[in-house]
Write a protein that binds this ligand. Structure first.
Ligand code: FES
Length: 100
């Protein structure tokens, strides 16, 4: 059964960086505007750890082979193909909740 789960505070996620939810394989990203996104921490190419990639302009660049993945939709930027799972995020009083 899915539900909103509180996972951390917004401030726990570095701006233009990521935080991994251990045991769930989910990476939380924070972009330059402070928006938070949640993706499976697994590149659709060969499973690279997206949480260790570079965040820029709404995307994360996989550290293994350089595919860029959209933070909103988890899709690889063309000409690459593939998609990683995304999770709904809400912020309340500085707390991050995921729909999982
Ligand atoms: S594993 Fe991410 S680009 Fe290859």
């Amino acid at each position: 059964m899915e539900n909103w789960i509180r996972v951390c505070e917004v401030e726990d996620i570095p701006v233009l960086g990521a935080r991994v939810l251990k045991g769930r394989g989910i990476a939380l990203f924070r972009d330059g505007s402070g928006a938070v996104f949640a993706l499976k921490d697994k590149c659709p190419h060969k499973g690279g750890p997206l949480s260790q990639g570079i965040v820029s302009r709404g995307q994360v660049t996989c550290p293994l082979h350089g595919m860029t993945i959209g933070l909103c939709d988890g899709r690889a930027a063309p000409p690459d193909e593939g998609c990683t799972e995304t999770y709904s995020v809400k912020i309340e009083s500085g707390q991050v909740f995921l729909w999982i």
